[in-house]
Design a protein around this ligand. Structure first.
Ligand SMILES: O=C(O)CCC(=O)C(=O)O
Length: 281
């Protein structure tokens, strides 16, 4: 297991920013080599899926459960620059609950330009209407940006900073525009953007000439069900370290979802060894 994780534990400033604003930008989370390698995998999957689904080259392609599609994605599970942020924010009792990619080619020339993002929402499905408010955090997503969205209208994610603390939709003065205070998170390839699932967010429009490519890895507490898988194929688990197996939903038996034993959560043991008993609760 990777001792370099310890170099990238969250700083007080990062934790405060995430708690207050609901998101965090980590530049150079992926090396340029990793960006290239992931892009090659995404391009391959994109071509396969377009063929299978009969989608043309302009259509947006969204694919779930990507973690099983290539061993390179397993490296993202516990990436040194982002994994420590997860345990510092959510703790040790965590799992990957979703992994998806979105490939968004430029809108065709002549498309009407819209100002409002392509669907403002919080993450979470049924828990959103079914839970009492204020909502707890429950999960967060890490987006890994493979294409350059460091410019306007390249399809960068839009967010309303601080909106994870609101009980209702963020106010919106302009009916044709974004909610008040919205920003487009314009970042370079290799950047990771973490966001609290409660943060109001939306895909931005791509009126540029660059295809926008991004991967989303979402992590939640282990007592929530996964969203894009239930049980991981044994051949995937067989390739993984104990901590990766934990992240992929492996465990000893059903009781471990509620009262995990050390065998269910090797991340906890690792943290006790490397950060001390007082770190885990
Ligand atoms: O594609 C985007 O920028 C937003 C994706 C999104 O809404 C999500 O992952 O929940």
């Amino acid at each position: 297991m990777d001792a370099s994780w310890l170099k990238y534990c969250i700083t007080d400033e990062q934790l405060q920013a995430f708690n207050d604003q609901g998101y965090l930008i980590v530049e150079d989370a992926l090396s340029p080599q990793m960006v290239d390698a992931l892009t090659a995998v995404v391009d391959r999957m994109d071509a396969e899926e377009r063929k299978k689904r009969g989608l043309d080259s302009h259509a947006l392609l969204s694919k779930f459960r990507v973690v099983v599609e290539d061993d390179l994605f397993l490296e993202l599970l516990d990436l040194p620059r982002t994994f420590p942020l997860l345990w510092d924010i959510l703790g040790w009792n965590i799992q990957l609950y979703i992994s998806h990619m979105i490939v968004y080619p430029p809108e065709p020339p002549g498309t009407e330009r819209l100002r409002k993002g392509a669907g403002w929402h919080q993450d979470g499905g049924r828990p959103i209407p079914e839970m009492e408010r204020p909502h707890p955090r429950l999960s967060l997503k890490i987006s890994y940006w493979l294409s350059d969205v460091d410019g306007p209208e390249r399809g960068a994610i839009r967010i309303v900073p601080g909106s994870h603390k609101l009980n209702d939709r963020p106010p919106q003065s302009d009916p044709e525009g974004d909610p008040d205070g919205a920003i487009e998170v314009q970042v370079k390839p290799g950047t990771a953007v973490l966001f609290d699932r409660r943060l109001w967010h939306s895909r931005g429009w791509n009126y540029s000439d660059i295809t926008r490519k991004v991967l989303f890895f979402g992590y939640s507490y282990r007592w929530l069900r996964g969203l894009d898988y239930n049980v991981m194929p044994p051949e995937i688990l067989a390739k993984c370290s104990p901590i990766r197996r934990q992240l992929l939903g492996d465990g000893v038996d059903i009781k471990g979802w509620w009262q995990p034993t050390d065998a269910d959560v090797p991340l906890k043991t690792w943290l006790i060894e490397h950060r001390g008993k007082e770190y885990v609760r």
